[in-house]
Design a protein around this ligand. Structure first.
Ligand code: SF4
Ligand code: SF4
Length: 55
């Protein structure tokens, strides 16, 4: 089960650099996680200021 980024994302970009498998990229209005690449580590949730990544 991959993490997903919800609509609370403010596109700060902090999570992108933290992802060990480069699963996060900037999408349309918010950042997005590639479900096929995400290994469920939770690092993105740990740095997000608005709790947008949900596992
Ligand atoms: Fe990347 Fe881990 Fe977040 Fe998945 S849970 S997107 S692997 S940082
Ligand atoms: Fe969006 Fe949170 Fe990632 Fe910032 S850290 S881009 S607010 S999901």
């Amino acid at each position: 089960m991959a993490y997903t980024i919800n609509e609370d994302c403010i596109s700060c970009g902090a999570c992108e650099a933290e992802c060990p498998v480069n699963a996060i990229s900037e999408g349309d209005g918010k950042y997005v996680i590639d479900a096929a690449t995400c290994i469920d580590c939770g690092a993105c949730a740990g740095v997000c200021p608005v709790d947008a990544p949900q596992g």
